[in-house]
Design a binder for this molecule. Structure first.
Ligand code: FAD
Length: 466
């Protein structure tokens, strides 16, 4: 419960923001504090639902003056639950979801709280897309700033490769606009997460696309292992018109089931790559068809706030036979369905970029493999979390760089965050952090601590804020 003094403070805050303010006794508070991961159950002192940059600055100011810790909420999907905190202030962007499309410039400007469903619906009205996430309720800003792997990765790169500009409110209340490929902040936002400020909008480059061949191919029984090898062979040819993800689960009898989600955008009526996937052994369901891109965005869905989740991922340079056997073995090791193993192929357009284009450091990886423990019973927390950790440890011998920041839990050590970028990029990110958030107000994220200030007491080698 908030105290009387806090009630007065909340009333004052309510008068100062154009959006809304939710305290623990307000209706809507419980819904607003819920995040995707039911493992995270926290009660903030106040949630500020911002409408514009002014509201974000007011929220920062209020938090500073009351000594409150800050969390930032886009669409609440980060599995670490960084968007909510115990006793502090949440800057909630869920009212800022407008997406404006400039058809001729092929740019979309998305509000800081827009979801992929908001974004795709707006851009598809003009027959345009950017490569985003595969679940419509995920946040555009959160996903973009951590990288962004999805149905169009092979064709158009990571989502952050398509980020061209953003407006941020920094913790001291300043509004910073940025843009252009030579801009250091844009470089940092391409992978560096929400470390530098709260984005009130971001702009993404668009590409023409209306229809794709997509859906799912499901394999069961003894064919699964061979089908996974076929997936590996197809993506090894690095087709530019086919993005492809694979998911391994087990059925109730603990037998492996493989689900492959291709997204083909070429013009061939009977493409060789899809033919080969379809002819792999063990195919039990084939829902591939020509449909709209919005249809493809409904191939994957997810519950919100119902399941407990613990994810741990590794980028790998290859999917060897030994690794495939290891993955299949790990699926049954819990003795009950553990959740899933997600294998995202990174072939194609992501390779066109390098460390000069963005902060993230996994351009050399062939796949991102994630052990995603998913369960509901609180009593099973330890075995499920243990399964994800042990499975990730089993993948580690094949790993390159750190894990994928978008899938990291809050307990990842800083070394893994640093490794996700590489030492040089991490130092450059730290210099940006010193420039935009020197007190590390924004630390509820895959954190880039500001590190040591330069001896002269300046804000670092990058000079003053631009
Ligand atoms: C069901 C599900 C599906 C997913 N699918 C994909 C996928 O296909 N591809 C992929 O790459 N990732 C995917 N992810 C991971 C997802 O991209 C990250 O977890 C991302 O952080 C989610 O952003 P959000 O706004 O939804 O989450 P939130 O929890 O609200 O935000 C996470 C963090 O992002 C930062 N942030 C969010 N918005 C802003 C903003 N406007 N300004 C500054 N910082 C901000 C903040 O640090 C915040 O704490 C998925 C996650 C889930 C749960």
């Amino acid at each position: 419960m908030v105290s009387r003094l806090e009630e007065r403070s909340l009333a004052e805050l309510r008068r100062s923001v154009a959006g809304g303010v939710l305290g623990p006794t307000d209706s809507g508070y419980d819904g607003a504090r819920r995040c995707f991961n039911a493992l995270v159950d926290r009660r903030p002192a106040v949630i500020v639902r911002c409408l514009d940059a002014g509201d974000v600055a007011t929220a920062f100011d209020f938090a500073r003056s009351r000594g409150l810790e800050v969390a930032v909420r886009g669409a609440g999907h980060n599995p670490a639950g960084h968007c909510v905190l115990e006793g502090g202030l949440v800057i909630d962007l869920s009212l800022m979801r407008r997406v404006h499309v400039s058809r001729d410039a092929r740019i979309a400007r998305a509000g800081g709280g827009a979801t992929w469903l908001d974004f795709d619906s707006a851009t598809q009205a003009f027959g345009l897309v950017t490569p985003g996430g595969v679940v419509g309720s995920t946040g555009v800003a959160g996903l973009t700033f951590g990288g962004g792997i999805g149905h169009l990765t092979a064709q158009h790169g990571l989502t952050c490769d398509n980020l061209v500009a953003a407006e941020l409110v920094t913790p001291d209340g300043a509004v910073v606009r940025t843009g252009g490929d030579d801009d250091d902040l844009v470089w940092g936002l391409r992978g560096g997460g929400g470390n530098f400020g709260v984005a009130t909008w971001l702009e993404l480059r668009l590409h023409p696309l209306e229809r794709v061949v997509g859906g799912r191919l499901v394999y069961a029984g003894s064919g699964v292992s061979e089908a996974l090898r076929r997936f590996r062979e197809v993506v090894a040819r690095a087709p530019r018109d086919l993005s492809c993800q694979a998911v391994l689960i087990v059925d109730d009898a603990l037998q492996p089931v493989l689900s492959i989600a291709p997204c083909y955008t070429g013009s061939d009526a009977d493409p060789r790559d899809l033919r080969e996937l379809r002819s792999a052994p063990g195919l039990v369901d084939d829902s591939l068809r020509l449909h709209s891109f919005l249809g493809q965005q409904h191939v994957s869905s997810s519950s919100y706030g119902e399941d407990r989740n613990y994810w741990k991922s590794h980028f790998v340079r290859e999917l060897t036979d030994e690794l495939i056997d290891e993955l299949l073995g790990r699926l049954a090791s819990l003795g009950q369905p553990p959740g899933e193993l997600l294998i995202e192929s990174l072939h194609g357009a992501p390779r066109d970029r390098d460390g000069n284009d963005g902060a993230l450091g996994f351009r050399d990886a062939a796949f991102n493999i994630s052990a995603m423990a998913i369960w509901q019973d609180e009593a099973l927390d330890m075995p499920y979390i243990g399964w994800a950790r042990e499975t990730a440890a089993a993948i580690e011998p094949w790993a390159v760089s750190g894990g994928y920041v978008n899938y990291m839990q809050a307990d990842e050590p800083i070394d893994r965050v640093r490794a996700a970028f590489g030492a040089e990029a991490f130092e450059r990110l730290q210099a940006l952090k010193r420039r935009f958030d020197p007190d590390n107000v924004l630390h509820r994220n895959q954190n880039i601590p500001p590190g040591e200030r330069s001896p002269a007491g300046s804000s670092g080698p990058l000079g003053s804020r631009g």
